[in-house]
Design a binder for this molecule. Structure first.
Ligand SMILES: [Zn+2]
Length: 278
């Protein structure tokens, strides 16, 4: 884990971030007088153990919630260490068409790296199901408001947390990635518009994406929104022939995106999906 980041908040909320050595996966622990919320605990067993110890030490009798932003393998791998929490996820997460395959994906990665986990790998059991856009969960003075965030995958959920003004978008608005679209381009556009509206109407919001760095800088938030929008138009242009495929390399360079081998694979998958949807 990289050095955890924390940010005290005068409104009585703070958070601490743990970033995994794999995928730069962020696990955020939100701490308010009313509750402790863990978002996507991951990824390696020693990292998850560290997060669990931290939570056990600071919790002091408060209710413990676990938000799973979506069912991708990196986001559910740590569930077993927090199975005692009140688990929050979307209705679509609960209705996953192939839970076994979702768990097998975690097992396959663990096998590749000979990773043993001290808890069984099972598909998360959800206690608090979010079916509606804008649905709220209020505990004392803390409000968690949830938004369907579909497009990257089919069961994403974003959360807006007050006090604190924290936006947990899931796998959107990262500074390490362009949009990875595995579900639907139309849904992705809608999610992006929704997240942009939340960020633009809440001055002082802190954006805490699941991968990469967090930011409260309005200029950086705008840059990330534009990065996503520009990439989605680029895919449309390459597919229609309006831009040639070399424009992708220019986009990656212009936005300072690292990890070109992995990103190239995602880009090819994005293009293939686009051609089936448009
Ligand atoms: Zn994902």
């Amino acid at each position: 884990m990289n050095g955890p980041l924390s940010q005290p908040d005068t409104m009585g909320a703070s958070f601490r971030l743990f970033t995994s050595r794999l995928y730069a996966l962020n696990s955020c622990i939100v701490d308010t007088p009313d509750l402790v919320l863990v978002v996507d605990p991951g990824y390696l067993p020693d990292e998850i153990e560290g997060i669990r110890s931290y939570v056990d030490e600071m919790r002091q009798g408060r209710p413990l919630y676990l938000l799973l932003t979506h069912s991708d393998s990196d986001h559910i791998a740590g569930y077993g260490a927090f199975a005692d929490a009140t688990v929050i996820a979307s209705q679509a997460f609960v209705e996953h068409p192939d839970r076994e395959a979702a768990v097998e994906e975690v097992k396959a990665i663990d096998d590749d790296f000979y990773i043993d986990r001290p808890y069984p790998l099972i598909y998360p059991k959800v206690d608090h199901v979010i079916g509606n856009d804008g649905q709220q969960l209020t505990v004392g003075r803390t409000t968690l408001q949830f938004f369907q965030a579909v497009g990257h995958n089919r069961d994403g959920l974003a959360a807006w947390i007050e006090p604190g003004g924290l936006l947990m978008p899931g796998d959107y608005l990262s500074d390490l990635e362009f949009p990875f679209v595995t579900d639907s381009y139309e849904a992705y556009d809608e999610t992006l518009a929704k997240l942009s509206a939340i960020l633009q109407s809440n001055e002082g919001a802190t954006l805490i994406p699941c991968h990469g760095s967090i930011t409260a800088d309005p200029a950086e938030i705008d840059r990330r929104i534009r990065l996503s929008e520009t990439y989605l138009s680029l895919v449309a242009d390459i597919a229609s022939g309006a831009q040639d495929s070399a424009a992708y390399g220019q986009f990656v360079a212009a936005h300072g995106l690292r990890f070109p081998h992995f990103l190239r694979k995602q880009h090819e998958a994005n293009l293939a999906l686009y051609r089936t949807q448009k």
